[in-house]
Design a protein around this ligand. Sequence first.
Ligand SMILES: Cc1ncc(COP(=O)(O)O)c(C=O)c1O
Length: 430
Amino acid sequence: MADFADNRLPVHGLDADAVLARLDDFAADDRDWRGGRVFSLVYNAGDDVLDLLTRASNRYSSENALNTMAFPSLGWMQHDIITITTGLLGGDRRPGGSAGVRGYLTSGGTESLLQATKTARDHGRVERGIANPNMVLATSAHAAFAKASHYFDVESRRVPVRSDGSADVDAMADAIDDDTVLVVGSAPSYPQGVIDPIPELGALALERGILCHVDACLGGFILPFLGTLGHITKEWDLSVPGVTSISADLHKYGYASKGVSIILYGDHDLARLQPFITSDWLGGLYGSPSMAGTRPGGPIAAGWAVLHHLGEDGYLRLAADAHRASSALKECILSTPGIALRGAPDATVFAFGADDAEPGIDTFALGDMLIERGGWFFDRQSPPPSLHATVHAGHAAVIDELCTDLAASAGELARTGVRAEDQSATYGTI
Ligand SMILES: Cc1ncc(COP(=O)(O)O)c(C=O)c1O
C-alpha cells in the first residue's frame, strides 16, 4: 500500500524523476492489465497502440476543447471522429441517409447516457408538455441510467429481463404510459453481454412516439467489425427504425485512452437539445456541448489518433483476436463441471459462475482463487453471484493459461467446498 503519511504539499518540490518513481511505487498494488490479467476496466491493443496513445495525448495534454475557436484542431478532430462513428454505427444507412445525424464527444459512457436521458427529458417537456417524465428500461441497462434518473428527475421503470438476459419487449410495452419519454436498449448489456431486441424496441418507441436510445457504449466499436466477420447478425444500430440516439465509447473497444465517448442523434433538432448555452452572467455568451466546462484535449487527440492508426483492417484484426479469446474462454467455462455462463451472451462480454443445476462451487471463492493462482482479476457482480469478463484483443495471448487455472480452481473448489467469507459484489468505488 502506498505510504501517504506526509500528505501535505512539499515545501520544496521534488525533481521529476523522483515524482515519477513515486508513481511507480504507488502502482505496485495495481492489477497487471498489461500482462492480460485484468478482465475489466482496461482495453489493450498492444504496446505500439499504447505508445501512440501516450504520445498523442501528451501532445494535447494542455489544450482545452471548451473553446474550439482557440483550438480549431480539436474542433476538427471531434468532427472527424463523429463522422467516422456515424458510418460505423449505421448513420449512413438511415432512411434518408446521414444528413440529419449529429453528434458530440463526451468524457465516457456515463456522460453519454446522462446526456441521452437529459435530452429525452427536455424533448418530452418541450414537444409533449410532460412534467413528470419516466423512462422504461431492462434491469440489465447500465447503472449510469440510475444516476441519470437521480440527477434529472426522470423516473426509472426497470423491467426484468428474460431468461436469456435480453430485454422483455412485451413487459416493457406494459410499463410505458403517457409520461414515458425514453425507451432504452443495450448493445450489448454490461452484466451479461446480451444484445437487446433493438428492432422490436425501436418499433415500440416509434408506435408510441417515444425516443429510443441504444446504449452501445460497450459494443459500438466492436460489433460493427464482429458483424463484418460474420459473428453478429442481430440489428442494433442507428439504422434501425425508431432508434433516435446511440452512444459508443472510444475508450472501450475503440482502444483509445480513457475519457472519450460519442453520442449520436438521428435528427438534428433532437441533437440541438443537448448543448447548454447561456449569457446570464458577466462572462459573455457561454456555450458547452456536454457536462464538463473545460474539456481535455488529450483524450480527443488520442481517440482521433487510434482510429486513424488502426483503420478498418486493424479493428477487424483486434475484433477477430477478441472473439477468438472470448470463444475459448466460454468453451472452457462450458466444459468445466460446476460452472456455467449467465444468459446467452452475444459478443465478447459475459458473466459466469456456479452452475445452479450443480450447486457446490462458490462463485466468489472461484474469483478469489483465480486472483491467488494467476493474478486473474474478474469483477464480481450480483444477482446472481457472478464473475464478469470483458475479453479484449490483448487477452488472446494468455487465454490458454487462464483456462488451465480456471479448470483447476473449479475442480479444487468442487472438492473442498470452500466459500468466500466476503460475499459482497461491488462494482465501482464506494
Ligand atoms: C453498456 C455500458 N454502458 C455504459 C457504461 C458506462 O461507461 P463509463 O464507465 O465509460 O462511464 C458501461 C461501462 O462499462 C457499459 O458497459
